[in-house]
Design a protein around this ligand. Structure first.
Ligand code: EPU
Length: 362
């Protein structure tokens, strides 16, 4: 094997441009990896390590005292396997660019996942999903460096423990694996998946009964453009809260009082509720703490109006969570990972001073 030199390690690096939420923060060290071999050549560190891809699901609420490993590995391979095609993409590839290249080659099943920001390697972390399709539906396997045992591993779907916006990489094996490539199984036959209510509504509005793949992808992109601001203009991290999944009995009680609350059946008789509806109903759309706000077009999205800080973000999260808990008895969970050390040492004093918009209105 050719000898590969150790990658450059930079110190005291500005992180604001590496995360789509653009909060001000610095890291003690930063390493950029272009190949898997560079990872083997990287000297070990005792400091905490964090792997970053496109930075759309990681927010720095303060400085990071350890080493950031930026995964920039590139490459794409296609291999026919029976009726389907196995697509292997390096972790540093852009997810949306991958979707476009697959569609251009006549490979389907991935079209509802168009325009999701972020990198391929980040996709398995929270099992990205949109409009009725999740990564796990297409997933074949991934290759990763197991940093606990210092060896390369291949993990098939069952070994990844995928759930709704969840996987072992985000839960019980957080920070253990560095994903280097992901393989998806795509179909050469287009079978439109139009079951998701807002997508069906958009196609109906356009009077399209049997969409072509282009029409379907265009409809998804229109919906996404409306609900999610462009991070280049208004920094954000996509959906900020997970849609809560609750027991049937709790859902029934809430639905008796609020029949209009959007909800979806889940495995084991559980029910997923629209967090965006819960937050909007309490009047949070367009509200802000300092420069961090709830997006005016969609209550599940938090935005940074420019000079927002980690402390303002934590205060807004806390205020929204308290308000939803108080009125609906539901505990919302943040979807992106929040990392770094916040500047304020006593976070419990700030949020109490943020008025609940519902109480202001009454
Ligand atoms: N809603 C409101 N008010 C709002 C926002 C939404 O009433 O302010 C209602 C909508 O009217 C709709 C329901 O809530 O009936 C669901 O809204 P939407 O279709 O926009 O989807 P979502 O539940 O807010 C989820 C994913 C998105 C994904 C969309 C479409 C999560 C956390 N988010 O959002 O994923 O694109 O469905 O499938 O599951 C992401 O994870 O970053 C992401 C963008």
């Amino acid at each position: 094997m050719p000898h590969s030199s150790a990658p450059e390690i930079r110190s005291n690096v500005d992180l604001s441009g590496l995360s789509s939420f653009r909060l001000p923060a610095r890291a003690a060290e930063l390493v950029v990896l272009d190949t898997p071999e560079q990872l083997e050549a990287l000297p070990a560190s005792d400091a905490p390590e964090l792997v970053l891809g496109g930075g759309t699901n990681t927010l720095f609420i303060g400085d990071f005292p350890g080493r950031i490993i930026l995964n920039r590995m590139r490459g794409l391979r296609f291999r026919r396997d029976g009726d389907s095609v196995l697509v292997t993409a390096a972790a540093g590839e852009n997810w949306h660019a991958l979707v476009r290249r697959c569609l251009d080659r006549g490979l389907y099943g991935i079209e509802n996942l168009v325009m999701i920001p972020g990198s391929v390697g980040a996709a398995p972390m929270q099992n990205i999903g949109a409009y009725g399709v999740e990564l796990s539906d297409l997933f074949e396997r991934l290759t990763a460096r197991d940093r606990l045992h210092d060896r390369w591993v291949t993990l098939e779907r069952d070994a990844c423990h995928f759930g709704y916006r969840d996987s072992r990489f985000k839960s019980f094996d957080r920070d253990r694996f560095l994903i280097t490539e992901v393989t998806l199984r795509l179909s050469q036959t287009f079978r439109p998946n139009t079951g998701y209510a807002s997508l069906a509504g958009e196609l109906e509005r356009l009077k399209i009964k049997q969409p072509s793949v282009r029409q379907l992808a265009a409809a998804v992109m229109r919906l996404r453009r409306h609900r999610l601001p462009d991070p280049a203009r208004l920094p954000n991290a996509g959906s900020f809260f997970k849609n809560p999944v609750v027991a049937r009995t709790q859902a029934d009680e809430l639905l008796a009082e609020h029949p209009e609350l959007p909800h979806w059946p889940m495995p084991e008789g559980r029910v997923k509720l629209a967090a965006g509806w819960l937050i909007e109903t309490l009047g949070w759309r367009g509200q802000s703490v300092g420069d961090i706000g709830v997006y005016r077009n969609h209550a599940l999205v938090l935005v940074n109006h420019g000079r927002g800080s980690g402390d303002e973000l934590l205060a807004l999260i806390d205020a929204v969570r308290r308000s939803v808990h108080e009125h609906f008895g539901i505990s919302l969970e943040a979807e992106p990972q929040l990392v770094g050390i916040p500047t304020s040492s006593d976070l419990n004093t700030g949020p109490a001073s943020i008025p609940d918009p519902l109480e202001q209105r009454e």
